[in-house]
Ligand binder design. Structure first.
Ligand SMILES: [Fe+2]
Ligand SMILES: [Fe+2]
Length: 393
């Protein structure tokens, strides 16, 4: 199978992976031949790309890093966070305890239970895979924060795993990542759906407050670990002090386990900052255009060490697979197979030794003519390989 941009999706094409709605109910199964109505429906749902089965790409497998169950529970948790009604929570508490709540109470028990289930599933899935690599999943436009927070949690966990964080720390990191934009969810539902470049002045001010808003909500709950609250509060701080809300600086040190941050940005916040920026770049939240995973990593490197901790950037580079199986590429430069420069094809096998040098099944020649037979080329030894990531062939 291979990726295809939804604009190029045509009736008659066969889906390689199922399509789920925002509640992770299967709408269209893998193997479904798409009819004109489904094409329209998929476009309206806001997908940027889907996977199709195409001749020459039959053997290419695309596997998600975390299971659909973990994604589903995570999405449920975030929906509950977004929708919980603080008045009801306050009234419930008053009925149970007889004490009226003057301030807005923290999260309700039900939500916290779902969050705990979600992070347990996620940490299990992420630590179980032998070769932890991340690639951006399919995003839903009308459900952005939900997917965003899950993606940020997964990538943060992979970076944490790279630094061999203990399981307890991994759970805290995942929870902090799921909660990182809690303040945004609670401030104004519109804030989440408006593109950052289209925010009104009031929305911009509100945006600058979202780390504190999130932290305030969490602080009110004595069961929430202080490290989570600190990470949520500091996830927009930058290494050189140019971030918000406090303008605190980073230590530039390796995010070791059990290290107190002492006046510098919390290590969880530093990890979440990189994961957050990456997901925002590839989902078109920084510029209007989507950054390809390759461009997004380059952009993060460009912002390091001024914005991001360089140890974390390094780790992110080693866990983000910018050329996952099923992605479309054009060969730009090659030392071992220069005859294929200009050819286009699909990544058919990731090279675990070097994520940037996969095996590519070439389907089109340099004149964009379809090859009679696909050619699988292993670029493992190609030290000069340069490819362009294409949303479509
Ligand atoms: Fe944020
Ligand atoms: Fe975010």
């Amino acid at each position: 199978m291979r990726q295809i941009g939804v604009n190029n999706l045509k009736p008659g094409m066969v889906l390689g992976r199922p399509i789920y709605d925002q509640n992770y109910r299967k709408l269209l199964a893998e193997g479904t031949k798409i009819d004109p109505l489904s094409v329209q429906r998929i476009r309206e749902m806001g997908f940027y790309y889907v996977y199709i089965l195409e001749s020459g790409t039959e053997s290419i497998q695309v596997e998600d890093l975390i299971g659909i169950e973990a994604r589903k529970v995570s999405s449920q948790a975030l929906n509950q966070i977004a929708l919980f009604d603080t008045d009801t929570v306050a009234r419930d508490r008053m009925r149970r305890t007889g004490i009226s709540q003057e301030r807005e109470p923290g999260l309700d028990l039900e939500t916290k239970r779902t969050v705990n289930r979600a992070i347990k599933l996620m940490v299990n899935d992420v630590t179980r895979v032998r070769r932890p690599v991340y690639f951006p999943g399919v995003h839903l436009a009308d459900n952005q924060i939900i997917n965003h927070s899950t993606n940020v949690a997964i990538l943060s966990l992979l970076i944490g795993l790279g630094f061999t964080l203990e399981r307890d720390d991994m759970m805290l990191l995942a929870k902090a990542a799921l909660y990182h934009d809690l303040g945004k969810l609670r401030l104004d539902p519109d804030l989440a759906s408006v593109h950052p470049l289209d925010r009104t002045e009031a929305q911009r001010d509100m945006y600058l407050m979202h780390p504190q808003m999130g932290a305030i909500l969490l602080e009110r709950d004595p069961t929430i670990n202080i490290h989570i609250t600190m990470a949520v509060l500091q996830h927009h701080e930058k290494q050189d002090g140019s971030g918000f809300p406090s303008g605190m600086k980073g230590s530039g040190e390796m995010p070791k386990a059990n290290r107190e941050s002492r006046g510098t940005i919390h290590r969880f916040a530093e990890i979440i900052a990189v994961a957050d920026y990456f997901d925002n770049l590839v989902s078109g939240k920084i510029e209007r255009e989507l950054f390809t995973p390759i461009e997004a990593v380059e952009e993060i490197v460009r912002r390091t060490p001024s914005w991001f901790n360089e140890h974390i950037t390094q780790m992110a580079m080693s866990v983000i697979n910018t050329l996952p199986e099923g992605s479309n590429v054009e060969i730009l430069e090659s030392s071992t197979h220069y005859e294929y420069v200009g050819y286009r094809g699909v990544v058919s096998k990731v090279n675990p030794e070097n994520l940037n040098r996969p095996t590519v099944t070439l389907l089109y020649d340099k004149f964009h003519e379809r090859l009679e037979e696909p050619v699988a080329v292993d670029f493992a030894d190609d030290y000069r390989l340069k490819v362009d990531f294409l949303y479509d062939l």
